[in-house]
Unconditional design. Structure first.
Length: 337
């Protein structure tokens, strides 16, 4: 089969996948499996090897990105529980000034989106969007559009997320160079998206009643809330930024060592291991557990519990469900099924 025919099949498969997910509302996994089967038949793969090929591809891909998904979600939970997003927002807003609040929050979204998935990260910053828009008496879209745009770009471009990491594994590309290129692309797209969002927001958009009610009841997140709930001091914004920068620097350093040092060099061999995304995220997670947990006198039990309280999107249990179960047990209405 010619290259042009394979490219047409690939293009048609992407279009079909989007139609199944967006229009037909099919589950992404089911849609991927259906499209994979159709592509296998279209490209002439023998019938007895189709399922084996799909399973081999899925297994290799999941093995490559599973550690990134789990470690990244754990790091995101620690940052969320410590109030790191609010700390970054208040610090950058104070540095850039009240007139540049939107730019400051866009930078926060860029930094926070590096280790945290888009869906989880956007849920974290929603209170910031509603709170600051209420104080400024503007539509939440003025804050939300540029923040969502830059977070989505980072989620797609940086190999600390499964999509870019999977592409690097499939194409056998160097993760460090992909990281540098992804940062450059994300910065450019973030700047362009900031001005595009300003242009779009020149028009007034009618918001739903639910959004307006949430904006009216929202407050600018106070760092003392976390301190009152956990009796811990708020984290330093520099610490949060450092924890996010650490895995990026390790991955880039590993790539540079491989390019500049000889293969038998001990530093290169060490950085080759440390510079891989799973190990870099593991080191950052360890530092976060120390700086945001143990150092702030959080018990090891509570720090470990925070690791297990991942977002339900990546397999963690919903803490609200646990609270409901405890309440039902106390009232005698809970029965094991």
């Amino acid at each position: 089969m010619s290259t042009s025919a394979l490219l047409l099949i690939a293009l048609a498969s992407v279009v079909l996948l989007l139609l199944l997910v967006i229009k037909a509302k099919a589950h992404p996994f089911v849609a991927l499996l259906i499209v994979s089967l159709l592509v296998a038949f279209a490209t002439g793969i023998p019938a007895d090897k189709i399922i084996t090929t799909i399973e081999k591809g899925m297994g290799g891909l999941l093995g490559h990105i599973a550690s990134i998904i789990i470690l990244g979600s754990m790091l995101g939970v620690l940052i969320e529980m410590s109030g790191g997003a609010e700390s970054l927002a208040k610090t950058l807003t104070g540095v850039l000034g009240a007139k540049r609040t939107i730019a400051a929050l866009t930078i926060v979204a860029f930094i926070l989106g590096t280790p945290v998935f888009f869906e989880v990260g956007f849920i974290i910053i929603i209170p910031l969007i509603y709170g600051f828009s209420k104080v400024a008496h503007v539509s939440p879209l003025k804050f939300g559009l540029p923040m969502a745009g830059v977070m989505l770009t980072v989620h797609v471009a940086l190999p600390t997320h499964p999509g870019a990491a999977a592409a690097a594994g499939i194409l056998h590309s160097d993760v460090g160079w992909l990281m540098l290129a992804g940062i450059g692309v994300s910065v450019v797209v973030g700047i362009v998206g900031y001005f595009v969002a300003r242009f779009i927001n020149r028009r007034h958009y009618h918001l739903s009643i639910n959004v307006l009610e949430q904006q009216q009841t929202a407050e600018v997140p106070d760092l003392s809330v976390n301190a009152q709930q956990t009796r811990l001091p708020p984290p330093n914004a520099l610490v949060i930024g450092g924890l996010i920068v650490v895995p990026i620097m390790l991955i880039v350093s590993g790539t540079l060592c491989q390019a500049l040092l000889l293969p038998e060099n001990a530093v290169r061999q060490l950085m080759t291991v440390i510079g891989t995304p799973p190990v870099a995220l593991l080191i950052s997670l360890g530092l976060a557990s120390w700086t945001l947990g143990i150092r702030r006198r959080m018990s090891l039990k509570k720090a470990g519990r925070s690791h297990r309280q991942r977002d339900p999107l990546v397999g963690g249990r919903d803490p609200r469900r646990r609270r409901r179960r405890r309440l039902w047990r106390r009232t005698g209405r809970f029965r094991h099924r």
